[in-house]
Design a protein around this ligand. Structure first.
Ligand code: UDP
Length: 195
């Protein structure tokens, strides 16, 4: 996709982000999705590995109002703000309408939060296949177990809600486990979905 620089960070501007992700999914093309806000660009200034990871992400979407305003000024065109949580919700709704089931995994949040977020979505969309969940607070043994689970399960969409920059670093380090998956850092979305 076409990228525009926001303080040195490439941001992709398109009209249908969920559609682009569905195409990746059907083609078995893995992707790391970053939803960019102003706070994150400032963190990236200080944290070079975060900056590098965002540079390498297949899709960087404008999440924050500041990023959108800057892009509007730069491009002289309307740029849709797409908050990360809305992208995640739209994608789940689209997945529920697909004829083939896509395996989704929720990782992050306090114990039980990802599980109740999964329950919430399963109730909303009965055709959704949430293949597994894992809390974001755990020992390194449990994390090794999680890696093994992901390797065996090969979920096609993996939401990681550990906060910034933890989730981006984790995705960059582990995405090779499921190279065909779409990995999205979703911040505190599980907290919201779990009610
Ligand atoms: N979190 C986690 N493990 C950690 C630290 C944080 O799972 O070691 C979770 C936390 O429970 C919360 C999310 O990460 O659900 C961070 O949410 P926040 O809204 O602060 O993220 P942001 O999008 O603002 O970075």
């Amino acid at each position: 996709p076409k990228a525009f620089s926001v303080l040195g960070i490439p941001v992709h501007v398109m009209t249908n982000y969920p559609g682009w992700l569905l195409e990746c999914l059907h083609a078995g093309r893995g992707a790391h999705v970053v939803t960019l806000n102003a706070e994150m660009t400032m963190q990236a200034e200080r944290n070079k590995s975060l900056a590098q990871i965002i540079q390498n992400a297949e899709l960087v979407i404008p999440d924050g109002a500041g990023v959108v305003l800057y892009l509007r000024w730069l491009l002289w065109q309307k740029v849709q703000r797409f908050p990360g949580i809305e992208l995640a919700e739209k994608l789940l709704q689209e997945l529920g309408q697909q004829t083939t089931k896509t395996k989704v995994f929720f990782y992050g949040g306090a114990p039980g939060v990802a599980a109740s977020a999964a329950e919430f979505w399963q109730q909303q969309i009965s055709d959704l296949s949430i293949a597994g969940t894992h809390s974001g607070y755990h020992s390194s043994e449990e994390e090794a177990q999680l890696r093994q689970t992901l390797t065996q399960l090969q979920p096609q969409v993996i939401f990681v809600g550990l906060g910034v920059p933890r989730q981006e670093l984790w995705i960059a380090k582990n995405r090779h486990l499921c190279p065909q998956a779409i990995w999205i850092g979703v911040g505190g979305s599980f907290d919201i979905w779990s009610g």
